[in-house]
Design a protein around this ligand. Sequence first.
Ligand SMILES: NC(=O)C1=CN([C@@H]2O[C@H](COP(=O)(O)OP(=O)(O)OC[C@H]3O[C@@H](n4cnc5c(N)ncnc54)[C@H](OP(=O)(O)O)[C@@H]3O)[C@@H](O)[C@H]2O)C=CC1
Ligand SMILES: O=C(O)C1=N[C@H](C(=O)O)C[C@H](O)C1
Length: 272
Amino acid sequence: MSAGPGITVTGASGRMGQMLIRTVAASGRAHLVGAVERPGHEWIGKDVGEAMGGAPMGVTVTDDALEAFAPAQAVIDFTAPAATIAFAKLAAQARAVHVIGTTGFSDDELEALVPAARHSVQVRAGNMSLGVNLLTMLTEKVAKALDEDFDIEIVEAHHNQKVDAPSGTALMLGEAAATGRGVALGRVADRGRDGITGPRERGHIGFAAIRGGDVVGEHDVIFAAAGERIVLRHIATDRAVFARGALKAALWGQGRAPGAYDMLDVLGLGDG
Ligand SMILES: NC(=O)C1=CN([C@@H]2O[C@H](COP(=O)(O)OP(=O)(O)OC[C@H]3O[C@@H](n4cnc5c(N)ncnc54)[C@H](OP(=O)(O)O)[C@@H]3O)[C@@H](O)[C@H]2O)C=CC1
Ligand SMILES: O=C(O)C1=N[C@H](C(=O)O)C[C@H](O)C1
C-alpha cells in the first residue's frame, strides 16, 4: 500500500525537482505519482528514478501536466513563473494542493495566480525552510523596535545558475521589514545601486545580490546605525530544507478550504 497523498513534481530534472522527488520517495508520508518536464526534454518517457541515475521508481516523466496532475492530491512546483501560472490552472482543475516554490514573479504574474486559488489550496513561499520563515518574524520584530536611524539592507548570495534577483527570500525579508516599519515595500525598496546614486535615502530598504559557485542560499538582514550594526543571518547548506518544507505544505494542505496560503500558515506561525 502506498503511504499518504499522491504527489506530482514539476521541473523534475531541476536542482529542486530532483531533491523533491527523493524527499517524497523517502518520506513514508506521501508517494510520488507524477513527474513533469517541459516538451522536448530528454527525460520525457523515462522512469524518473533511472533518469536521476538510480533505481526505477515506477513513474514515467511526462510533458502532459494535466495527465500527471489527475491522480495527484498535491503538486509541488519549483520551476519558472510562466510554467507555474499554467500549472496553477491545471492544479485547480485537478483540485490538487499546489505548493509553489518558484520565485521571480512580476506583480502581474502574481495576479495571474489568484483565480486558481479560488478552487484549490495554493501554498506559496519564496523560501520553504523553517529557518527563513522564523527569520521573517524576527525581522519584522526588530524593524518595529528600531527607528529610521537604523538603515535596513538585505544582502543575499546564491549559486551562479540562479536567474532572478533579488531572491524570493530577500523579498520576503524586505516585506517583513517594511511591515515592521509600517510602510509599503514598493515605496521604499532600493533594488540594485549603480553609478552616482547620491546618499542613501533615510527609511529606504536596500537589496544587494551576490552570484557565484554553488552557494545554496544565504541571507543577511542588516540594521546599520551610527556606531553599531545588528545582523540577522540565515545560511542554507542543503536544498533538503526547502524540500522538507514543501512536503510539509503538501501534507498540511490536504482537506483545507481553497485559498492562498504561505509557510507561516503551514508552520502555525501566521496571524490566523
Ligand atoms: N521557495 C523555496 O524554498 C525555493 C525556491 N526555489 C526556486 O525554485 C525555482 C527552481 O529552482 P532550481 O530547481 O534551482 O532551478 P532549475 O533550473 O534547476 O530547475 C527548474 C526546472 O523547471 C523546469 N521547467 C521550466 N519551465 C518548465 C515547464 N514549462 N514545464 C516543465 N518544467 C519546466 C526546468 O526545465 P529546463 O531545464 O528544461 O528549463 C528545470 O528542470 C526557482 O524559481 C528558485 O528560485 C529554489 C529553492 C528553494
Ligand atoms: O534559486 C535558488 O536556489 C533559491 N531560491 C529561493 C529564493 O529565490 O530565495 C530560495 C533559496 O534561497 C534558494
